[in-house]
Design a protein around this ligand. Structure first.
Ligand code: DGY
Length: 325
């Protein structure tokens, strides 16, 4: 039986040292997996590696690519690709794919979870109740905002933003959005959304703002000091995109000054955030460790799409989801 093509995957990153059993099963249907740790011990033994499947590593730099002369494709198991040096990889004639679409539901669901949890101050109440420090004497003095019937500003109405908007409609929220691209009239009508070409013009109307943009030079950061000053003092900021889309120092200042009401961040700068960071000390802030996409369904779908892209590259056919030029 012919041996399977070899792929390099995973990293020495302490956050994901091993490949999950689900991921290994999906890859092993077609490939022989060479773990980065093994590869590093005998790189010259693995000149026949034909693809890299990026999970949360390895770092793909010149040194690594020099050791891998037969790689045809780098397939990242993520929709974002800000961690890749695209020109370096493309200049070597190596194809690049990512995994959009399959994680829309998972990220939209997490966005809504953070919107609802921050609206209702869920984490603080649950923690205080568990610790026995919650005082029910005067609950009326401890009321929260309400997501239902509020105004939600979506910064970045791409695939995930649009999915989130369709779900948010069930809460009868008024949807505003800002993006460099405007959706068609039919798409706007379907979710009852109002477009703002100017972000600062949209922010004063919003009770909640969720950031779902790609990380690009233009969006680094898209929410900074100026934007926080345009938000309502009661407004809550949610970020499920990438940490640097929000100026974190400016956010801390805005929270301390009471310029905005709270924040819920699935992404931060850096990741993981050191656990003595002041954001962890704020009772109106919820922090989660970049888990928006991390449902079994979404992450297996992402791995399957990465594998299908590698198979297409090896067959010389069009990739299913090439990283845009
Ligand atoms: C993505 O797919 O970009 C997720 O944020 C995981 O990195």
């Amino acid at each position: 039986m012919a041996s399977k093509p070899k792929i390099l995957t995973a990293s020495s990153d302490p956050r994901c040292p091993e490949i999950s059993a689900d991921y290994a099963d999906i890859m092993e249907q077609h490939f022989e997996i060479i773990h980065h740790k093994l590869f590093e011990q005998h790189p010259s033994k693995y000149q026949d590696i034909v693809a890299i499947i990026w999970i949360c590593g390895p770092d793909i730099d010149e040194e690594l690519l020099n050791k891998l002369p037969n790689v045809k494709i780098v397939a990242t198991v993520s929709v974002g690709y800000d961690h890749l040096n695209i020109p370096l990889i493309r200049n070597r004639g190596i194809k690049l794919s990512h995994t959009p679409g399959v994680l829309n539901d998972a990220v939209a669901e997490m966005g809504l979870t953070l919107l609802l949890a921050s609206a209702r101050n869920l984490v603080r109440f649950a923690e205080e109740y568990k610790r026995g420090t919650y005082s029910e004497q005067v609950p009326v003095n401890d009321v929260t905002p309400q997501f239902s019937g509020s105004t939600l500003g979506i910064v970045g109405m791409g695939r995930i933003g649009y999915t989130l908007a369709t779900r948010a409609m069930a809460f009868q929220v008024k949807i505003l959005y800002n993006d460099i691209l405007r959706r068609s009239t039919a798409e706007e009508k379907a979710i009852g959304a109002t477009y703002f070409s100017n972000l600062n013009g949209m922010l004063p109307h919003c009770d909640f703002v969720i950031v779902l943009v790609n990380l690009t030079p233009e969006t680094t950061p898209i929410m900074g000091e100026e934007q926080f000053k345009h938000m309502k003092k009661s407004a809550i900021l949610v970020n499920c995109s990438r940490g640097p889309t929000v100026d974190q120092e400016a956010l801390v200042k805005a929270l301390k000054a009471g310029e905005i009401g709270g924040a819920a961040l699935d992404v931060t700068t850096p990741e993981p955030l050191p656990n003595n960071h002041e954001l962890f000390k704020m009772s109106n802030v919820i922090l989660t460790p970049h888990i928006s996409y991390q449902t079994r369904k979404a992450s297996n779908g992402m791995m399957q799409l990465a594998v299908d892209n590698v198979l297409a590259a090896l067959d010389g056919t069009d990739l299913l989801s090439e990283i845009p030029y």
